[in-house]
Design a protein around this ligand. Sequence first.
Ligand code: UDP
Length: 239
Amino acid sequence: DYARWKWRRVMLKVSGEALAGKEGFGIDPEVVRSIASEVAEAAMGGIEVALVVGGGNFFRGAEKEGNGLDRASADYMGMLATVMNSLNLQAAIEGKGVPTRVMSALEIKEVAEPYIRRRAIRHLEKGRVVIFGAGTGNPFFTTDTGAALRAAEINAQCVLKATKVDGVFDSDPKKNKNAKLYKELTYETVRRLGLAVMDQTAITLCEENDIPVVVFNISKERNIVKALRGCSVGTCVGS
Ligand code: UDP
């Protein structure tokens, strides 16, 4: 029945901030429940879902370095924050009846499986949602890059980047009310116009591996289901 869907295996990137409630910090259980329910619905419909979650709702390395904390240590703290978010999402998705595995790029074997590429693919084939924790496992990178890297490794057909805006605009929609939303963009245009889609490392990785990136608004109800099913939402960046 899933012939009508564009994607079979997808990578969904959710920022840490998206999990935070109105205070902009920590985890809002209501938000996590709603994300989990949409992910579970798509997974139950036969779509193989891989997830990467950020850690910005707890800790972002670049913002916290200084005062005796070096960048690498701060980044490791940020990676640990993503593991916390991953565990919460796992519990919520399993609460909706879909088996889920957290695979961490840093070994914390009491809480999550270590990342093993072939094992991750096997989990997906068995219909388990796989959440990749700890980003790439390296300081000086971001979870966007983690999402792009894992997407390439597991042959995901796209990276769906959930944000708080509708997609990529020609100017900042918060400052300019006439800002125009792009429906489709090429990597080339993104580079030429210097549009903010993902950080450079992440977008380059996607382009080199010919993985389209869909930027969409997570705050709109059912947008995750739509994006996962390959319906047109937000902005699609491709070659
Ligand atoms: N981080 C890292 N390497 C990675 C992924 C993440 O060092 O491969 C650290 C980095 O400090 C980053 C933090 O983890 O600031 C949280 O991730 P990110 O900022 O990407 O989260 P988001 O903005 O999506 O919430």
